[in-house]
Design a protein around this ligand. Structure first.
Ligand SMILES: Nc1ncnc2c1ncn2[C@@H]1O[C@H](COP(=O)(O)OP(=O)(O)OP(=O)(O)O)[C@@H](O)[C@H]1O
Ligand SMILES: [Mg+2]
Length: 290
């Protein structure tokens, strides 16, 4: 019996080791059509929630225009992907420790011209991502607003995307435009309704979008839930502490916790094939060059 148990344990160890070696993860890009709908707040806080639920999470600030994940956490990064590309730092040097044990790759506002990288630089970047020396389960990518090539390539390269919308019609139309652009490349499209004033508005918003996607794009959307509009979000942003940490029993924190749970339940309900970190960046760069 004991012998069998120790065999099982060593098998399990080997399995964990294999997962680490292949660097296989869930890559989840967070996007929206319209700006200012709460992507960065969602990305930061859901990352902390997922980490609290036992996952190892890396949050990448991929807003190449106005990088600001670090601002929401009061971090002051000295180095970013720019320094990795320039060969001044290794990727492991620039990864920061964030709240709740999450890891962060800070944003690099100067990386607009990723489309123009030389082959050597591309190979360097892929190698850098393959060399991330961390046991990771989930990568959350906070993207910029809009449907620029940068943003769409980041999303298309990821197997999963969370589209964030508010109940406002303009935000909803823009969210639909994003879904229309990426639904053929992405394996699973999730939806979060942010800044909802109540459950009913959120449900109606989600229904409108899921119905339209099913009817016109034959794409089913996985509604993860909503986040209520609440002043604790503004207050925590002012204090530069994520609301999940600063106001853990606030309504937005409870909403984020539910969404985190839904994301993990999804691992059983509709398993998404994992990707390797290097494979993801390779795919992203190839979309950029198309
Ligand atoms: N649930 C919420 N309740 C109240 N205010 C919120 C909520 N979510 C976000 N906000 C506010 O909305 C504003 C935009 O939030 P955030 O920066 O997260 O959006 P974003 O989508 O990342 O913006 P951008 O498109 O510029 O990257 C902030 O002022 C934030 O405090
Ligand atoms: Mg943002």
């Amino acid at each position: 019996m004991n012998d069998q148990a120790s065999k099982l344990r060593s098998l399990e160890k080997r399995r964990v080791h294999q997962v680490k070696v292949s660097n296989s993860v869930r890559v989840i890009a967070v996007t929206s059509g319209k700006g200012g709908v709460g992507k960065t707040n969602f990305s930061v806080n859901v990352s902390i929630a997922l980490q609290e639920m036992g996952k190892s999470v890396l949050l990448i600030d991929a807003d190449l225009g106005l990088a600001n994940v670090d601002l929401l956490m009061g971090l002051n990064p000295k180095f970013n992907l720019f320094h990795v590309l320039a060969g001044q730092k290794s990727i492991n040097d620039i990864i920061l420790d964030g709240p709740g044990g999450i890891k962060i790759i800070p944003g690099a506002s100067g990386l607009y011209n990723l489309a123009n990288l030389s082959q050597t630089e591309i190979d360097g970047l892929i190698k850098a991502f393959n060399n991330i020396d961390l046991p990771l389960d989930i990568i959350v990518i906070d993207t910029g607003a809009g449907i620029s090539k940068n943003v769409m390539s980041l999303v298309r390269a990821s197997k999963e995307v969370v589209v964030v919308t508010t109940p406002e019609p303009t935000s909803l139309t823009d969210a639909y435009a994003v879904i229309k652009l990426v639904h053929k490349d992405v394996e699973k499209i999730h939806l979060v309704v942010n800044k909802a004033d109540n459950f009913k508005t959120a449900e109606a918003t989600a229904q409108r979008l899921t119905n339209a996607s099913l009817k016109f794009l034959s794409t089913s959307i996985n509604y993860l839930g909503f986040i209520l509009e609440d002043k604790t979000v503004f207050r925590s942003n002012m204090e530069q502490v994520p609301f999940y940490v600063r106001f853990p029993s606030s309504l937005p924190s409870k909403c984020v916790m539910n969404i985190g749970r839904r994301l993990l339940e999804g691992e059983l309900d509709f398993p998404v094939r994992e990707q390797t970190v290097g494979g993801w960046i390779k795919k992203f760069l190839s979309f950029m060059r198309k």
